[in-house]
Design a protein around this ligand. Structure first.
Ligand SMILES: [Zn+2]
Length: 386
């Protein structure tokens, strides 16, 4: 079980947690909840007695900020991967899983609390188009989560060997709860034709089409061992609605976050109202956070203020570097964005006005995440159970 928690929605999240305990052990009466001060941070603790084992504890720290990782695909490219392919970063699941694992590790060592899998553009339909069988395609989706979990295990091993102060050669080696978020990119990302940034799918694509497109993928990722599902770069309202309905229809057992992208700082990229999109996430009981990714930093302040109008859930923010993307050439135009220092100078302001999870998207790197780690005085709102 994994929960992202915030004071205002305490009751709500406890309810999810309780339901989950109930379904996992049928011993709800044996689960206790209490608020305690852990490491100076007010925290919700659940204690779970299961059979002869003493207790399993889930800590949900209230307040503070959790750090999300930085760009995955663009970091893979920076290490030499050629992602000019309809599968984009998911191509590395086939060609260089070791590189994916290494990048996840880099982000953990930079201080990330949440790592996002390489399944953004991994779809059963996309793998089948490459000639993979249904079974192999499903296995590749699971592999994206396995790789991230392996990176977490390796990281924990390094933490044990690391120095007592948790900092080693500039690496953050500090044992802490780490979440694996299974990425689900949009239908437009699968099309790989730029519609992930226009959100325009044409009239033929309906709510039902989108649900059917994502259904099996979401089921598999939900049962893969990931802690949560990250619906990323959601470009329009109909796709947000499809995700929300899928979570309900398929009785998905892990939480999800909904993250939209914007190119004008007001609406989501399709022109649909951000307030309406965020409201869909707000009324989805599986949604534990809502926010914005892959959007220039200069828009984020205003977008947080908008989202706050319609949600009580934790707000997540992981902007891109602000560089422009040339859709025709399929590449980022270098030096059109902001430096890591400038990026970080925004971070505290975003947190002051309500961001609870902060990281980076395309063209941000482990340097960006390390700088965020250093700038945040109190950290971590998101924790997982064992
Ligand atoms: Zn991005």
């Amino acid at each position: 079980m994994t929960i992202l928690l915030d004071k205002q929605v305490l009751g709500y999240h406890v309810w999810i947690a309780s339901e989950k305990w109930k379904s996992s052990c049928g011993r709800r009466d044996k689960c206790k909840w209490q608020i305690a001060n852990v490491g100076g941070v007010e925290s919700l603790i659940s204690l779970h007695w299961s059979g002869r084992k003493a207790a399993k504890a889930t800590l949900l720290r209230v307040g503070g900020v959790a750090i999300i990782d930085g760009g995955l695909a663009t970091e893979l490219e920076r290490h030499g991967a050629d992602l000019n392919d309809p599968l984009w970063s998911a191509k590395c699941l086939l060609t260089s899983p070791h590189l994916v694992r290494a990048v996840h590790l880099d982000y953990l060592e930079a201080g990330a609390d949440i790592i996002i899998t390489a399944s953004y553009q991994a779809t059963i339909q996309g793998f089948e188009a490459k000639g993979f069988s249904r079974g192999d395609s499903e296995a590749l989706l699971r592999k994206s989560v396995e790789i991230a979990c392996e990176a977490r295990d390796v990281y924990y091993g390094r933490c044990k060997e690391g120095s007592p102060d948790g900092i080693d050669d500039g690496r953050v080696l500090k044992h802490r709860p780490i979440l694996v978020a299974a990425s689900v990119g949009s239908y437009g990302a699968y099309l790989a034709d730029g519609s992930e940034y226009s959100g325009n799918y044409g009239d033929a694509i309906t709510l039902e089409t989108l649900k059917d497109f994502h259904r099996r993928r979401v089921q598999i990722l939900a049962e893969s061992g990931a802690d949560l599902i990250a619906f990323e770069t959601v470009p329009n309202k109909v796709e947000a609605q499809a995700y929300a309905e899928l979570l309900e229809e398929e009785d998905i057992k892990i939480p999800a976050w909904f993250s939209f992208n914007s190119k004008d700082g007001i609406n989501v990229v399709s022109g649909d109202s951000l307030l309406e999109c965020a409201s869909i996430a707000e009324s989805c009981k599986n949604a534990v956070a809502v926010g914005i990714n892959c959007t220039p930093p200069r828009f984020i302040h205003g977008l947080i203020l908008s989202i706050k109008k319609v949600t009580t859930k934790p707000i997540l923010i992981y902007p891109n570097s602000g560089e422009s993307y040339d859709g025709d050439r399929k590449e980022w135009v270098q030096n059109t964005g902001i430096s890591d220092q400038d990026f970080v100078s925004y971070v505290n302001k975003w947190c002051e006005i309500g961001a609870a999870l902060v990281g980076g998207c395309c063209r941000t790197t482990p340097h960006t995440i390390r700088a965020i780690y250093k700038t945040l005085p109190k950290r971590s709102a998101a924790l997982s159970s064992q």
